[in-house]
Design a protein around this ligand. Structure first.
Ligand code: ADP
Ligand code: MG
Length: 667
């Protein structure tokens, strides 16, 4: 039979959780992780679904495709459904005590049959024995689906060396179809993510972790079920398959044909090396038994507790008990009964490797990263690639960014600080600005949470106090109190609105905009009670600028409102636009009270206000600052520049890049 695996994405990144540590890049055996704008993303086409990244990501930013819904659907259908359990289950479910408790729990969940994949392992082992006896060519075992993916995608020449045998999971499924008919639905449960797309002969593949979540969701506990044994056919030595040195050595094959003829390699680094050696004919035609994880007991679908040797010990213990109880005659009878089940499996190559770039291109990228000769290659591994050369190749292939190079980034930082030629005062200011933006980022997160929480109760307060106020009689002293409540609740709503705006500035939706027209419109909503004169001046040829219009409108109206509020006795609000090739400058000046040097330090701090209670919220300028920074712009303030003259007003100048900043070029 040909391999009819399903082609679906199994591993994903939850971007919010990714903290750019490159551990997933480092641990991915096929470099299927792409870093763009400092964020890791799994490339479906390259991924072999080994699940290494899921295991190593301490932030939980890597997740795999959940299939519990599909299992519930099957269990709720009219079909008969069989659960087939991978032989590594004792390592996961040791907390249940006897394995029969697990079987009972599975039956309670709704499975009509519960079978051991270890019986399939017995059958497949027998086929391996026959295959190796023929001594036709060296084989690579094909029971680990991530390894099969690896060979099919990255070592296509070796596809013909994949042993043409079904995995124990598929073998068990075929046995059940023979026993129970084709209509039976099969759910595999094991420690593996790659199994989820291995074969469409199996209806759904689930991980042990997911099975636990199903037990929890349905309140199925060990104490609440009756113990029950697996359905036949029962397994023999297949039970030790997860800790034996693989299928080829199962069933005592090692004594004869495989003696010294099989090389076993497990784990990310080992299996790749073994495949390379095999490909280069360095293994004297020995067979390869490969596992992607460090044994299936260390698979990514296991709950994380438990160390390798403890897990192995549990399997040994289970297998020992099992073999003690095994009715060899019965087992042999069943092995014979299913001898005619097709155990064959064909595999097709599906090349996914990206061609290696030319030496010149690699050298050029390395040079652009300040690595002109081999002594510059630190090969420190901070970027997630083993060598600088591999990193450079990945940059050319579009998988990586030069910023991932830690030494380079540090050097660039030093250079840029040096270039700035900062005085100690300027350096202190730069640090202050950095602190300010960090503070704002935290404020943003916090305020979003608070604002959402406050919005609902505030709505209720406003509504009921308004109703009570309207119902109270004119002249009733309580009416004045109610008026005050309404006023103050409105004030709270304003603050909450400000907080929400402040928190929302996450993403910039760039739109091409006629900046002159846009700025002219910004004064439309300004309430000008003090007869302030508004002057407008534009000195710009190319008027098109890319900005987020909603956000930038908030910037302008906030600055204009502040200006107007600073000119209680009237004055002039002057707005000027200037354009250069790369930037636009918008200045907003008033002839108002000015800002004292003492307050100057605080104006961008959230909640700082000098205005009367009820008028100012102190969130306007922090919002302005955040939006301008998001546009990769700059904001400057000048106030009372001539101390001799007393207050001379304030000017805010915003500088914005004309175009949406390109995502930083990779090289
Ligand atoms: P709010 O306007 O709610 O007070 P802002 O963050 O917009 O909050 O401004 C903070 C403070 O900065 C104001 O209270 C005021 O003291 C000062 N400020 C801002 N703009 C001006 C201006 N154009 N002239 C004088 N003071 C200003
Ligand atoms: Mg304001």
């Amino acid at each position: 039979m040909t391999n009819t695996g399903t082609y679906k994405q199994l591993v994903f990144t939850e971007k919010d959780k990714c903290r750019v540590c490159y551990t997933c890049v480092r641990e991915c055996p096929v470099k299927a992780i792409k870093i763009t704008d400092g964020q890791a993303e799994v490339i479906h086409e390259r991924c072999i679904a080994c699940g290494n990244c899921v295991k190593v990501c301490s932030q939980g930013a890597k997740v795999f495709l959940g299939t519990t819904d599909a299992v519930y659907e099957l269990l709720n259908s009219r079909n008969k459904v069989a659960a087939i359990i991978a032989p590594s289950f004792p390592a996961e479910f040791s907390d249940l005590g006897d394995y029969m408790v697990l079987v009972g729990m599975l039956r309670r969940l709704g499975f009509d049959y519960v079978n051991e994949v270890a019986f399939g392992a017995d059958l497949v082992s027998r086929e391996y024995k026959k295959l190796l006896k023929k001594n036709e060519k060296p084989y690579i075992s094909s029971d680990c689906p991530a390894i099969v993916n690896y060979i099919r995608h990255y070592h296509t020449k070796l596809v013909e060396n994949l042993s043409p045998l079904a995995s124990p999971m598929v073998a068990t499924t075929r046995v059940l179809k023979k026993k129970l008919g084709d209509a039976v639905k099969v759910v595999f449960i094991g420690p593996c993510i790659a199994k989820k797309a291995e074969s469409n002969e199996v209806d759904v593949a689930l991980t042990f972790k997911e099975l636990r979540s199903m037990f929890e969701a349905n309140n199925i506990t060990p104490g609440s079920v009756d113990s029950s044994d697996f359905d036949p056919p029962h397994a023999g030595k297949g039970s030790i398959f997860p800790i034996s040195r693989g299928l080829l050595q199962n069933m005592g094959i090692s004594e004869d044909i495989t003696e010294g003829n099989v090389i076993v390699a497990a784990g990310r680094a080992n299996f790749r090396e073994a495949v390379n050696e095999f490909e280069n004919n360095n293994l004297n035609s020995k067979h390869l038994e490969l596992l992607c994880c460090d044994g299936c007991v260390m698979g990514p679908g296991m709950s994380s507790e438990g160390k390798k040797y403890g897990r192995r010990a549990r399997i040994t213990e289970f297998a020992r008990q099992k073999l003690e109880r095994l009715d060899e005659k019965q087992w042999q009878k069943e092995m014979d009964e299913y001898a005619d089940v097709d155990m064959s499996q064909e595999f097709e190559a599906a090349e996914r490797a990206i061609g290696t770039p030319t030496e010149e291109d690699i050298a050029e990228v390395l040079k652009s990263m300040g690595k002109s000769n081999p002594t510059d290659y630190l090969n420190c591994g901070a970027c997630g690639y083993d060598t600088c050369r591999e990193h450079a190749i990945a940059i050319i292939q579009g998988l990586a960014e030069s910023e991932m190079c830690l030494p380079l980034t540090i050097e660039r930082l030093h250079n840029s600080i040096d270039k700035l030629n900062l005085s100690s005062q300027e350096l202190a200011n730069a640090k202050l600005a950095l602190k300010q933006s960090e503070k704002l980022a935290h404020m943003g997160q916090l305020s979003a949470g608070i604002a959402h929480e406050l919005n609902n109760p505030l709505g209720v307060i406003t509504m009921y106090s308004n109703i009570l106020k309207d119902e109270s009689n004119e002249g009733d002293p309580i009416r004045e109190d109610l008026k005050l409540i309404v006023e103050q609740a409105d004030r709270c709503k304003k603050i909450v609105g400000g907080l929400l705006n402040f928190a929302r500035q996450k993403q910039v939706n760039y739109q091409e905009t006629d900046i002159v027209e846009f700025v002219q419109h910004s004064t439309d909503t300004i309430i000008n009670e003090n007869g302030i004169k508004i002057k407008f001046e534009a000195d710009i040829q190319e008027k098109r600028v890319s900005i987020d219009q909603d956000q930038m409108m908030q910037v302008l109206t906030n600055l204009e409102k502040n200006a107007v509020e600073a000119m209680e006795d009237g004055g002039t609000l002057e707005i000027k636009i200037k354009g250069t090739e790369d930037d636009v400058l918008i200045s907003i000046s008033d002839t108002g009270s000015g800002i004292s040097p003492k307050n100057m330090e605080k104006i961008f701090t959230p909640f700082f206000t000098t205005k009367q209670t009820g008028k100012g919220t102190g969130l306007g300028l922090p919002l302005v600052y955040g939006i301008v920074k998001m546009h990769k712009g700059k904001i400057d303030v000048q106030s009372n520049t001539d101390p001799e003259k007393g207050p001379t007003g304030t000017t805010f100048i915003i500088k914005l890049p004309r175009n949406k900043p390109e995502a930083e070029l990779a090289v």
